[in-house]
Design a protein around this ligand. Structure first.
Ligand SMILES: [Zn+2]
Ligand SMILES: [Zn+2]
Length: 265
């Protein structure tokens, strides 16, 4: 049951750093695993994987946000889309809820999932586990790259959720999150002001813009194309949004990697 009370600074910091220790242990164990199998990547491969996974994360995070904000998603044929669309759209009208959610509480009123931590557990843990399974089935350079690529998606997912909580917290005078602040200053993450426009009730259509969770500059190019196709009101644009959403859904990545593997053999 949700206890609705204003969070303390310490609790806000817990919201910003969900499962950070687990994550560090996980990365460390993966590096040890790769080291013992002589599969650590060279720097060129590592940079390439970083660029590709960043592009993947930018496209997915923008697509996920605009897809789940769309009114049509409330009656989507797939139940998990409907469920998360309710959650995303609930957040528009109740933006400060992220500052009242007590870490460890499982649900918001009306069965709304916990916005801070739950997506990491629900969406990204299967991604990580399946990538590990792929790795154990076949310990090769290719599976090592899949493993690192999925971990980078996982890291971007984590940092974008952390930044979202931080944006709302800072608007309400909580101290600035140092990590997010550095990343905002070099254009890797949207600022509190950028995200505030998405919630601004004085704006004519606030939830129809500023969907970016990562790199607003690049995300706006996708937003521009989406609006050229007709935007939120258009069925055609919504179909395209669905296609983009499922292509870039991180949970499906290990499945794609098995398919791509067939061409490598
Ligand atoms: Zn939104
Ligand atoms: Zn928000």
């Amino acid at each position: 049951m949700l206890i609705k009370k204003k969070l303390t600074e310490k609790e806000i910091n817990e919201l910003r750093t969900p499962y950070i220790t687990d994550r560090l242990l996980l990365y460390l164990s993966i590096l040890i695993l790769l080291y013992f199998h002589n599969l650590l990547p060279n720097i060129k491969t590592f940079i390439l994987l970083f660029i590709l996974s960043t592009l993947h994360s930018i496209i997915f995070s923008w697509t996920q946000h605009s897809m789940l904000d769309n009114k049509q998603s409330l009656t989507h044929v797939i139940s998990f889309i409907r469920h998360h669309a309710i959650s995303f759209q609930h957040h528009h009208d109740n933006p400060t809820d992220v500052l009242y959610e007590v870490p460890g509480s499982k649900k918001l009123p009306g069965n709304i999932p916990f916005t801070g931590v739950k997506p990491i557990v629900v969406i990204l843990t299967p991604l990580m586990i399946s990538a590990l399974i792929v790795f154990f089935i076949e310990k090769s350079k290719f599976t090592m790259q899949i493993l690192i690529f999925s971990q980078m998606l996982y890291l971007w997912g984590y940092i974008s959720i952390r930044n979202h909580v931080s944006c709302h917290a800072e608007t309400h005078n909580y101290p600035t999150d140092r990590l997010c602040d550095i990343m905002r200053n070099i254009g890797l993450l949207p600022s509190p002001l950028y995200h505030r426009t998405h919630h601004d009730p004085t704006h004519k259509t606030p939830h129809e813009q500023n969907w970016a969770f990562i790199m607003p500059y690049i995300s706006e190019k996708i937003e521009y194309i989406f609006k050229q196709m007709g935007g939120s009101e258009s069925n055609y644009a919504y179909i395209m949004l669905n296609i983009l959403f499922f292509i870039f859904l991180p949970t499906l990545f290990p499945l794609y990697s098995i398919i791509i593997r067939q061409f490598y053999k």
